[in-house]
Write a protein that binds this ligand. Sequence first.
Ligand SMILES: C[S@@+](CC[C@H](N)C(=O)[O-])C[C@H]1O[C@@H](n2cnc3c(N)ncnc32)[C@H](O)[C@@H]1O
Length: 284
Amino acid sequence: MNTKHKIIFGNSMSMAEIPVESIHLIITSPPYFNAPFDYKDLFKNYEQYLGVLKKMAKEAYRVLQKGRIFALNIDDMLVNGEKYPITADAIKIFQSVGFRYRDKIVWKKPDGYLRISKRSGVLLQNPYPMYFYPDNLLESIIIFQKGKFNYRSISKEIREKSKIDKKEFQNNNWHKTIWEMTNVLPGSKLEKGVAAFPDELPYRLIKLFSYVGDTVLDPFVGSGTTMKVANHLGRNSIGIEIIRDLESVIRKKVNSDNLEVIERNQGKYRFVTLDYIENKKKVV
Ligand SMILES: C[S@@+](CC[C@H](N)C(=O)[O-])C[C@H]1O[C@@H](n2cnc3c(N)ncnc32)[C@H](O)[C@@H]1O
C-alpha cells in the first residue's frame, strides 16, 4: 500500500500544520521530565514540564478524530532521589483537556533490564530494614479516548484488511494488561541518544487501534519508530520532533519514498541539538 509520511521539525506544543480531526491514532513517549540518563536538566522545573504536556495534549485533542485513541507511554521518574508522579499528573492533564481515561497497560521489560540503576544493591550492602530501593522494570502505556468510536463508520473492506490475527493476539498475550516486551538494547546505533521504544510497542497499538489507510501521529517522534511501524502496517504517519539533527535517522528508519519534511520557523521556541541531549550542555 502506498502510504504518506511527514516529519515536522518543531515543538509539539503546537500542531498548527495538522488540520482538526485529521488523525486516527496518536502514539507517543514524551521525555520523562529530567530523566537522569536521557534528559538531565532539560526542563527548568516540573511545572514547566507539565505545561508542555498540557499544551501538547490540547493540540492532540484538536487533531484527533472523534472516538479515536491516544496511547501515551510514560512513567514516573526518579530525579535526585525524588519520585515525580508523572503518570498520575498526565492522566489528570489529559482528562482536563477532554480525553476519557480508558485503560492502563503495564510494559514489563525483561528481568535482566537494568539500564536505569541497580538501586536494590543498596540493600545487599546494608541488609537491614529501610535500605530497600527496588529496581524498576516497568513503564505505563495509558490509553485515552476522544469520546466514543462509531464502529459503523468503517467500510467492510477496510475492516477485513485490518483484521487482527487471533493467534498473535492470544499467543503473545496482547489480551492482558501486562505486556512483556524487550526494550531497545543499549548500543543500538540508530537510537543512540534517543530513549526509543521497541518496534513491538507501536506494532501492537497500531494493529489494535487503527485501520489500514489511517494516519498515525507521534508528537515526540524521536528516531521515528512509530512512523517506521506505521509504514510497515499500511498506515500513513506524521511525526513531530524538536531535534533537527534526527532527520537522517528518521529517514533511515521510515524508509519510504513518500516522506515529506517540514521545518517550522521556530519563532519563540528553540530547536534542541542532539549534542545537548548527548552532552547535556548546549541549547541553540
Ligand atoms: C522518549 S523520546 C521518543 C523516542 C521515540 N519513541 C523513538 O522510538 O525513537 C522523546 C523525543 O521527544 C523529543 N522532544 C522533546 N520535547 C519535545 C517537544 N516539545 N516537541 C517535539 N519533540 C520533543 C525529544 O527530542 C526526543 O527525541
